[in-house]
Design a protein around this ligand. Structure first.
Ligand SMILES: Nc1ncnc2c1ncn2[C@@H]1O[C@H](COP(=O)(O)OP(=O)(O)OP(=O)(O)O)[C@@H](O)[C@H]1O
Length: 492
């Protein structure tokens, strides 16, 4: 890489959080016209490195150079001046403001008469360019939108230009709440942008995205870069091995797991019976004990609403539908619906099991610690101490804690709302096995996912469109083509 073509270069980057060494001397350079894929296990240090690059975190040690010249000072202002923009995992939009107002936050130049209209035009035209069929209005309140739409706004906003340039865009798990159709629109846009001269860094646990979109891959492990090279020199297996920890699974992420024991058996008792709100024909969703039932279709077409309706029915808050026994939900939007930000990791995991911790009028801290320790081991939560605050965990590790909360509880039905947001591939494979195991033990799973590969782990799949079920596929019928065809077809 010639020094002239380098947008930015970090050398010897170090950062520790207490006893945790998040970055242990990382070098990273990004060239013009380059899309770098950054991968690594949960807690490898990817987001921390990106925060340093974006100027939002001061490293303990690092040298920052631009076009071969070392910068004396580097922070938010310098990053902004260089045209570095970021879309972080935890979305930063203000929920009580409109889409246009959120765009304005990034562009102080939009002031004076008509600023709201101009901000609206700016963000909507970028949304039109990236996601042509977005159906987002400039005056919509962000907090009213589903997480997928919020992610689209956050992405589009990062690419909007008024006075400051955009040269390098960092995208940390940008497709975690996008369906396949919307994700492919984003990648096509990224390729066009890179061709036009922009650079980007893409962090993703979906290795297919890395292999199909990036020019160069950088693999991190335990705070270090362990491998880097042109994307064309890697395949999925090589990436998995470089990340470490998932070798034993080989390539089985794409392979269906065996049928859950009595899952498909039609005589197992029905545990969930629910008609989607928008359903006007006789169809309803049925799930039986031991079954893994998938909910598919484009994001925001009623899958989350259905899960919430089942949750309400199960917790006695609504009478519609029938739900047998105890229910737990793994939220996909951990920021607003999942973690209790002021609590420890152990408390976050234990909150669904408090009844079991009761010791007279008190709660047994030992029982809570024991549950937390069991799940730390089982689902590999990376932390030196489960009594640390939940927000000290990396994004993927926070999501694992939410899994542990549901699976460690006594719930007989587990609802999962696109639950693998930001979870690394090694852990995902472990969780898939865990779900199969639990289903064989009689638990019911309702699993909404935007990842096609995950539908292959389901016994049956319902495809949603416009708030209703438009197709039901048996396990052997599930294929990308059929799901896409049903997602776009009008209800029969
Ligand atoms: N604010 C913080 N306080 C304490 N520890 C932190 C903090 N931020 C990050 N860490 C720790 O630093 C390490 C690296 O975290 P980081 O978020 O960079 O990982 P990551 O590779 O982005 O993971 P993921 O794939 O889960 O997003 C983790 O062990 C994490 O627990």
């Amino acid at each position: 890489m010639s020094q002239h073509s380098v947008v930015i270069e970090l050398t010897g980057t170090e950062k520790s959080f207490g006893a945790v060494r998040a970055l242990a001397g990382v070098d990273l350079a990004v060239a013009m016209h380059e899309c770098v894929g950054l991968i690594g296990h949960n807690g490898a240090g990817k987001s921390t490195l990106m925060h340093v690059l974006a100027g939002t975190l001061t490293p303990d040690k690092a040298t920052v150079a631009v076009k071969g010249e070392t910068l004396k000072r580097y922070g938010l202002v310098a990053a902004h001046r260089l045209g570095i923009r970021c879309v972080f995992q935890e979305l930063s939009l203000c929920p009580n403001l409109t889409v246009a107002e959120n765009a304005r936050i990034l562009h102080p130049a939009l002031r004076g008469f008509g600023w709201r209209r101009r901000a609206g035009e700016l963000i909507i035209s970028k949304l039109d360019e990236i996601f042509p069929d977005h159906r987002i209005a400039a005056d919509a309140i962000v907090g009213d939108l589903p997480i997928g739409k919020r992610q689209m706004i956050e992405i589009a906003r990062a690419f909007t230009v008024t006075t400051a340039p955009v040269n390098l865009v960092i995208l940390d798990e940008p497709t975690s709440s996008l369906d396949g159709h919307t994700a492919s629109q984003l990648f096509a846009f990224l390729r066009r942008s890179v061709k036009a001269g922009m650079s980007c860094i893409l962090i993703s646990h979906m290795l297919r995205e890395i292999l199909s979109t990036t020019d160069r891959v950088v693999v991190m492990r335990d705070g270090r870069v362990v491998t880097a090279g042109p994307t064309s020199s890697f395949d999925r297996n090589k990436l998995v091995v470089a990340m470490g920890g998932a070798e034993h699974h080989g390539t089985q992420a794409d392979t269906p797991a065996p049928l859950a024991a009595a899952a498909a058996a039609s005589e197992a008792p029905i545990t969930v019976r629910m008609k989607p709100k928008g359903q006007h024909d006789g169809r309803e969703l049925l799930a039986r004990a031991g079954e893994i039932v998938g909910l598919a279709g484009l994001a925001g077409h009623g899958q989350t609403d259905l899960l919430l309706a089942v949750f309400d029915a199960g917790s006695g808050r609504a009478k519609k539908g029938a739900v047998a026994d105890r229910i737990a939900l793994v939220a996909g939007d951990r920021q607003t619906d999942g973690v209790f930000p002021l609590w420890s990791i152990a408390e976050n995991i234990g909150v669904r099991s408090l009844a079991r911790f009761r010791k007279g009028v008190l709660l047994s801290v030992e029982a809570e610690d024991a549950l937390a320790a069991r799940w730390k081991e089982r689902i590999k939560i990376r932390t030196p101490d489960m009594r640390n605050p939940i927000l000290s965990l990396s994004g993927g590790n926070q999501q694992k804690a939410l899994f542990a909360r549901a699976l460690g509880s006594d719930a007989t039905t587990v609802l999962m709302d696109d639950p693998m947001r930001g979870v690394d591939i090694g852990t995902k494979l472990d969780v898939y096995d865990l779900i199969q195991e639990e289903a064989q033990g009689g638990r019911t799973f309702l699993w909404y996912t935007t990842e096609m590969d995950e539908l292959r782990h389901c016994d049956r799949v319902y495809v949603f469109r416009n708030g209703s079920i438009v197709a039901e596929l048996a396990r052997h019928e599930v294929s990308e083509e059929r799901v896409i065809a049903a997602s776009f077809a009008e209800a029969a």
